[in-house]
Ligand binder design. Structure first.
Ligand code: NAP
Ligand code: NAG
Length: 258
């Protein structure tokens, strides 16, 4: 799959930082004659543009494009998907990376609690809307940046069975990013222990690994950490819970996906 990089490499969302650090890797592929078209989907266009221009400058790849996407608003997700599908013929890699942590109680535009709405439902809807395009573009990959093992492995094999679309989840490690911004205690701890935390560049490695490693061509439904398969807690592997989460998600979003 890696030799069709002239086609769209769709990154659903990425922290600007993530794509910035992905630059050396992108450069390698560009240098190898492979040109990835990358869509950075972000809620903050200015922040994303700053990161995108850094990537363009460093890699010489002009195909790094910023699009507006607010995962806390299903209208924005649908608009993004609609435009994406109209403009991009192929999608090979979808990286579901955005997330919030410990943010004060608030609701998304649709009235979902913010963590549930952004971290789960937003990506769930986006993936649903883009899935056909991934299937058409197969081989293709879905990469879910998750967190601890029990959040990983929301896996529904049958969805992708018979397709050449894989879906894997990962834990990036403890990364010195902006994730803890809503908690002063965590921000303070993160600062003190920053030396022991991964840099954003290091934190991006497992995502990149899941996105492009050739040995993962036919690996699906796995959970990774430090670029290796990792343990998923029994709760994360529980089929009943997964099924329930799936149907509740569909209900909340008013979609039919089975
Ligand atoms: N850092 C860690 O130690 C750690 C550990 C385990 C898992 N993770 C996971 O890694 C992923 C990346 O997090 P990070 O550590 O890089 O944190 P981060 O620096 O806070 O990045 C999170 C990104 O998500 C974006 N985002 C938040 N809400 C959004 C929305 N409604 N619509 C669109 N984008 C939105 C943010 O956009 P803005 O830039 O506009 O704020 C930001 O770019 C998350 O899924 C997180 O759960 C991180
Ligand atoms: C990845 O996330 C999407 C959207 O929530 C979900 O449909 C899919 O089952 C997830 N796959 C894995 C392996 O986590």
């Amino acid at each position: 799959m890696l030799n069709c990089w002239e086609a769209a490499l769709g990154a659903a969302v990425s922290i600007p930082v993530f794509l910035f650090v992905a630059a050396p890797y992108i450069r390698r592929y560009v240098a190898g004659g492979r040109c990835a078209r990358i869509i950075i989907a972000c809620r903050d266009i200015a922040k994303a543009e700053a990161a995108a221009s850094e990537i363009r400058a460093e890699t010489g790849n002009q195909q790094v494009i910023v699009k507006k996407l607010d995962l806390a608003d299903t209208k924005s997700i649908r608009e993004f998907a609609e435009k994406f599908l109209a403009e991009e013929k192929e999608l090979h890699i979808l990286i579901n990376n955005a997330g919030v942590m410990l943010c004060p109680y608030s609701k998304t535009a649709d009235g979902f609690e913010m963590h549930l709405g952004v971290n789960h439902l937003g990506h769930f809807l986006l993936t649903f809307l883009l899935l056909e395009r991934l299937k058409q573009s197969a081989p293709a990959r879905i990469v879910n940046v998750s967190s601890l093992a029990h959040h990983g492995g929301r896996i529904r094999f049958h969805d992708l069975q018979g397709t050449k679309v894989t879906a894997n989840a990962l834990h990036p490690g403890s990364v010195y990013s902006e994730l803890v911004r809503h908690s002063s205690v965590m921000s303070w701890l993160w600062k003190i222990f920053s030396f022991f935390l991964k840099t954003p560049s290091e934190g991006a490695q497992t995502s990149i690994y899941c996105a492009v490693a050739e040995e993962l061509d036919s690996v699906t439904g796995q959970y990774f950490s430090d670029c290796q398969p990792a343990y998923v807690s029994p709760r994360g592997r529980d089929d009943e819970t997964a099924k329930k989460l799936w149907s509740v998600s569909c209900e909340l979003l008013g979609i039919q996906w089975d």
